[in-house]
Design a protein around this ligand. Structure first.
Ligand code: ATP
Ligand code: MG
Length: 354
C-alpha cells in the first residue's frame, strides 16, 4: 500500500483521453428520442482537440435553459445574474455554491450549482464531465439537468430543485438513524440510478455519498453530481484519485491498477451504514490517513449487532462492503438481492420522519 501517494490529487488527465468529442453533448437529448421537441437543438458545439479552457470559452457560448422537458430550450446572451433571481442558498460544496433560483422569464424555480471556473484545465475538465453526463441523463432516479450558463469565472448548472440531501437530513435529525424503510428506498433508487449510468452511459459515478443523494416532497430519491465521474473503457476505470475519503473503496485506496463499478457499490454500502446508524463507520478517526489505513487494514464495517435491522438489510450491507472487490456484486446481482427487491416500490416521505 502506498498511502503517502493518495492525498486527493484530483488529476483527471486520463479522463480527457477517454472522452468522446464535446459535440456529443449537444445532440444527446435529441438522440434519445426528443428531437421533435426541439430539445438540445439550439446550440452547436464543434469537436476540437484544443485545450479544455479554449473549448469551454468558445464552445459553451450558447447558454440554454429548459423550461419544460418537452419544449425547446430558451437561449440568451444575457449574464445569468440577469436571467435568475436568487431566492436562497441550498448549500456549499468543494466546487462552489448551490442556490435556489427563479428563472425570471418563465418563473421556473430550480437549483443552480455555481461552479468556480479558473482557466485551469483540470477544473474545466471537471465541469465538462458534469455537463457531459447530466445533460444526457433521463432516469427517474437521477436529478434532471435543465440548463447551463457559462461565465468567464463560473459555470452555472441548473437542476431540478429537490428538498434536501441525506447528509443535511441526517444533520437536521441530530444524527438520529433513518428507519430501515428509508434506507431500503435509498438503496433501491441508488442501485437503479447507478445501473442506468453504467448501462446507458458507460459511466461510474465515483462520488456516491449522502450529500449526493437527494429527496423531494413526492418521495422521489435521486442521485446527483457526476463531476468526477469516469467514463469506462471496457468497464474499467483507469483513474483513481477522485472521491471523498470515508466512502472510498479499499481497491481505490490501494491504487490497484484499475477499478470498476464495484467501487461505487462500496461507497453505497458506507453511505447506507451511515444513514442507518447515524454515524460513519470511521467517525472516530481523526485524520484522513487514519480512515485510509482502517479501510485497508480492518475487516469491513458491518451493521452493529445491538441495532434492530432485518437479515436482508444486514446481508445487503455485507455484500456491498465485501472487501475483495472481485467478490463484491455488481448492479445486476444487487437488483436481485432480496433487500432491493423488497424495496423497489417503497416510497418514503420526509414528513414520515419524527
Ligand atoms: P462536495 O462538493 O464535497 O461533493 P456537496 O455534495 O455537499 O459536497 P455540492 O454538490 O456543491 O456539495 O452541494 C451542496 C449542497 O447543495 C448539497 O449538500 C445539497 O444539500 C444541495 N443541493 C445540491 N443539489 C441540489 C438540488 N438539485 N436541489 C436541492 N439541493 C441541492
Ligand atoms: Mg454534491
Amino acid at each position: 500500500m502506498r498511502l503517502e501517494q493518495i492525498g486527493l490529487e484530483l488529476s483527471l488527465d486520463n479522463i480527457d483521453q477517454q472522452q468522446p468529442p464535446i459535440a456529443s453533448i449537444t445532440n444527446s437529448r435529441s438522440s434519445s428520442g426528443n428531437s421533435s421537441s426541439g430539445r438540445g437543438t439550439s446550440s452547436t458545439f464543434n469537436s476540437t482537440t484544443s485545450s479544455m479552457s479554449t473549448r469551454l470559452n468558445s464552445e459553451f457560448e450558447s447558454n440554454m435553459f429548459f423550461v419544460s422537458p418537452t419544449e425547446p430550450p430558451l437561449t440568451t446572451t444575457k449574464p445569468p445574474e440577469d436571467v435568475f433571481e436568487e431566492l436562497d442558498v441550498l448549500g456549499t460544496g468543494s466546487s462552489g455554491n448551490v442556490l435556489k433560483m427563479r428563472h425570471r422569464e418563465s418563473g421556473k424555480i430550480c437549483a443552480v450549482k455555481q461552479m468556480r471556473r479558473t482557466l485551469n484545465d483540470e477544473e474545466n475538465k471537471r465541469i465538462y464531465m458534469d455537463l457531459q453526463v447530466v445533460l444526457k441523463c433521463e432516469c427517474d432516479n437521477i436529478v434532471r439537468c435543465c440548463g447551463y450558463f457559462i461565465k468567464e469565472s463560473e459555470v452555472w448548472i441548473c437542476m431540478e430543485l429537490m428538498t434536501t440531501c441525506f447528509d443535511k437530513l441526517l444533520g437536521s435529525r441530530q444524527k438520529r438513524p433513518l428507519p430501515e424503510r428509508f434506507c431500503g428506498a435509498i438503496a433501491a433508487s441508488a442501485v437503479k440510478a447507478l445501473h442506468y449510468l453504467k448501462e446507458e452511459h458507460n459511466v461510474i459515478h465515483r462520488d456516491v455519498k449522502p450529500s449526493n443523494i437527494l429527496i423531494n416532497e413526492k418521495g422521489q430519491i435521486k442521485l446527483c453530481d457526476f463531476g468526477i465521474s469516469g467514463r469506462l473503457i471496457d468497464s474499467i476505470a483507469k483513474t483513481r484519485a477522485a472521491g471523498c475519503i470515508p466512502y472510498m473503496s479499499p481497491e481505490r485506496i490501494e491504487m490497484e491498477s484499475s477499478y470498476d463499478v464495484r467501487a461505487d457499490v462500496w461507497s453505497l454500502g458506507i453511505t447506507l451504514f451511515e444513514l442507518a446508524t447515524g454515524r460513519s463507520p470511521y467517525a472516530e478517526c481523526s485524520t484522513d490517513f487514519d480512515i485510509l489505513a482502517r479501510v485497508v487494514k480492518d475487516d469491513p464495517p458491518s451493521l452493529p449487532k445491538d441495532m434492530d435491522f432485518s437479515p436482508e438489510f444486514r446481508s445487503f450491507i455485507s455484500d456491498c462492503l465485501t472487501k475483495d472487490s472481485r467478490n463484491r456484486p455488481k448492479y445486476k446481482q444487487l437488483l436481485e438481492h432480496a433487500f432491493i427487491k423488497s424495496h423497489l416500490n417503497t416510497v418514503v416521505y420526509l414528513n414520515e420522519l419524527d
